[in-house]
Design a protein around this ligand. Sequence first.
Ligand code: PLP
Ligand code: COI
Length: 354
Amino acid sequence: MQISVTRNPNPAVKPDPATLGFGRIFTDHMFLMDYTAGEGWHDARIVPFGPLSLHPACTALHYGSEIFEGLKAYRRADGRVQLFRPMENIRRMNRSAARLCLPTIPEEDALEILTTFVSFEKDWVPSAPGTSLYIRPFLFGNDENLGVHSVHHATFAIITSPVGSYYKEGINPVKIMIESEDVRAVRGGTGEAKCGGNYAASNRAGEKAEKQGYSQVLWLDGVEQKYIEEVGAMNVMFKIAGEVVTPMLTGSILPGITRKSCLELLRKEGYPVSERRISVDELAQAMKDGTLEEAWGCGTAAVISPIGELCYQGKKYTVNGGEIGPVTHHLYDTMTGIQWGRIEDPFGWVYPLD
Ligand code: PLP
Ligand code: COI
C-alpha cells in the first residue's frame, strides 16, 4: 500500500500523564483515505492532525452514515509497544460498515494502515501505569448530495489519543442506573454495529442517569424491556450464585472484544460461565436475596470496571458491599497484565509493533 506522509511542522509537547483523562488530547498526525464508487479506496495519507473540511450536505452529517472502532496501543515495561487483538476490531469495523452500506476495507490493508499509522505515532504511547494510546478509526459517508441512498464517496480516518482511565473512579466501583424508558437498540436494527447513531440515541438516558449521580445506564432489550443488554460504553457481566453470566449476543448488543476475551479467559481457567438471557427480574431478585455476588463492565475504554451500585425503578442495590469482588479483580489483573505485557499471553492476543 502507498501511504504518503506530510509531517506536522509544529509537533506538540507530550502531556503530563497525570492530566490525561479520556479522549481530550490528540497526537500530531491523523490518517485519511478516500473512497469513490467504481474506483475503490485511494489517497491513503498521514497528515498533520487538524480539522476536516466537509461539504455541508455530507451524508454522515444528515443521515448518520458513520461507524467507528476503538482499540489501544500499550507500552510494555521494556519500552516496546503492542496492540490487543487488532484483527477483531478490523473485522467488526467491516461488519459495521456493511450494516450501514458503507464500503469495507480489505482486512490486510486495514491492518497495514493501522500498524503503519500507530508505529508512526509511537512516541505518543504513554508509559505511566494505566495509560495507553487510544486508537479511534472511523469511516463515514461523504457524498455531497441530500438524496437518501447508500454512499458513493466515503472517508476513512484514524485519530489517536493518549489516555488514562475512562471513568473518574478508575478501578473503583462505578454506579449504574438500569434504564426502563428509553431503549438503545432493537433486533434487526443497528445495535450490534458500532455506529455513531447508537450513541446519539443513548444520550438522553445517560444524561438523566448522570444528573442522579450515576456513571452510565444499563440498557434493557428494546422489545419487552425485560432482558439485560449492556451498559453505555461496555458489556456487562454478573456473578450470580457462583456462576459468571452475561447477556447472549442477540443482534442488539455490541459484540465486545473485551467481553469475548473475558469469556475465553474464564472458560480456560475453568470458571462456570454462561451466555444467556438475563431478565431484570432475575437480577432484581438476585440483588434482594444476596446471590448477586459481583457485577462488572468490560470494554476497551472502560477496561474492567467493577459495578458497586445498581439502581432500578428508584431502588438502590449495593453490589458486594460496594467493593471490587475477587473475580472482577482477577479479570482486571489478567487482562491488563496481558495487554501491558506484564504477564505472558497464552492466547496469541497481543500484536507487537516492534
Ligand atoms: N458496548 C458498547 C456500547 C461499547 O461502546 C463498547 C466499547 O467499545 C463495548 C460494549 C465494549 O466493546 P470492546 O470490548 O470491543 O471495546
Ligand atoms: C471503546 O471502549 O472503545 C468505546 O468505543 C467506548 C466509547 C464509546 C468511549
